[in-house]
Structures are given as structure tokens and as C-alpha cells.
Design a protein around this ligand. Structure first.
Ligand code: HEM
Length: 133
């Protein structure tokens, strides 16, 4: 059967507002981690300079949401497991990660609230699942 409509695939990356919005979420996430003692344990696990992480997490989440895959090209063979090998993630640090990410998404408030909520919720679930491995 002929169709006059082409299938249009929209990625979560596009729905969120692209790399610019993801970079703002990541920026807010690390700003909160630096400023709010509620995330002190998580902050202490990171290097003094969070600049490289701001770049890396933006690139990772860009790829993860269906945007350009530069992060995987820049980090051949790296994955979520290898990126965190040797890092002792416990429930407290995982909850701090999830809490800071939920707040960062809420503060940046992407236009499409439904996809923003899904993004924050899925990342929080992943963070919590990483505890105690
Ligand atoms: C569960 C709680 C988590 C903790 C405690 C945690 C902690 C860390 C730490 C300490 C680093 C190294 C930071 C540095 O060198 O300064 C790191 C790297 C990284 N994390 Fe996490 N992380 C968590 C969850 C996540 C999640 C859910 C994601 C993404 C979905 C993520 C993505 C990354 C990326 C992309 C890197 C950088 C890898 C690289 O460029 O080498 N992390 N994480």
C-alpha cells in the first residue's frame, strides 16, 4: 500500500533541545555538586577540576539520547562500566547523583516537560542500579 507520509523519527536528543540544552543540564548538575553540601560525598569522589567531566558527561548524554556519537569516537572502547571501574559507588553517592540530576533537569526546564521527566527518571534509575556493584 502506498503511503504519502514519510516516517519521521525524532530522537530524545532533539526532543530535549539538542546539545545546548544537555550542556546546560550538565552545567547545572556540576554547579549543584560544587555548591550544595547535600552532594558533598559525590563531590569528594570527583577530581578537583570538574571541567573535563562537564565536557565528558555532555558528550556521553548527547550520544546516549540519540545525538552525535562523538563521545564514543573520542573514547574508543569506553562504556559505563569501564568509566566507573575502581569507583566505589554506594547507595548514598548514587542517590546524590540521582538527586542532583533530577534537580538540574527541573532547574533547566526543557520545553518538553514529558521527555525531560523521562530523561531524569531513567538516569536516576541507572544511577541507583549502579550502587553496590
Ligand atoms: C551512580 C552514581 C555515580 C557516581 C558516584 C559516579 C561517579 C563518577 C566519578 C567519580 C567519575 C570520575 C570523575 C573524575 O574523574 O573527576 C565518573 C565519571 C563518569 N561518569 Fe559517573 N557516576 C555515577 C553515575 C553516572 C551515570 C548515571 C552516568 C551517565 C548515565 C555517568 C557518566 C559518567 C561519565 C560519562 C564519566 C566520565 C568518563 C570519562 O570521560 O572518563 N555516571 N563518575
Amino acid at each position: 500500500m502506498a503511503t504519502t507520509m514519510e516516517e519521521v523519527r525524532v530522537t530524545p536528543f532533539e526532543q530535549l533541545g539538542g546539545r545546548e540544552v544537555i550542556a546546560r543540564i550538565v552545567g547545572r548538575f556540576y554547579d549543584l555538586m560544587e555548591a550544595d553540601p547535600a552532594y558533598a560525598k559525590l563531590r569528594a569522589m570527583h577530581a578537583a577540576d570538574l571541567g573535563p567531566m562537564r565536557h565528558s558527561l555532555t558528550g556521553f548524554l548527547t550520544a546516549w539520547t540519540g545525538g552525535p556519537k562523538d563521545w564514543f569516537n573520542e573514547n574508543p572502547g569506553k562504556c559505563m562500566m569501564s568509566a566507573h571501574s575502581g569507583i566505589a559507588i554506594d547507595p548514598e553517592s548514587a542517590q546524590q547523583w540521582a538527586g542532583a540530576m533530577k534537580r538540574a533537569v527541573a532547574d533547566v526546564a526543557p520545553d518538553d516537560q514529558k521527555i525531560a521527566d523521562l530523561f531524569a527518571e531513567r538516569l536516576s534509575q541507572i544511577a541507583e542500579a549502579m550502587a553496590g556493584r
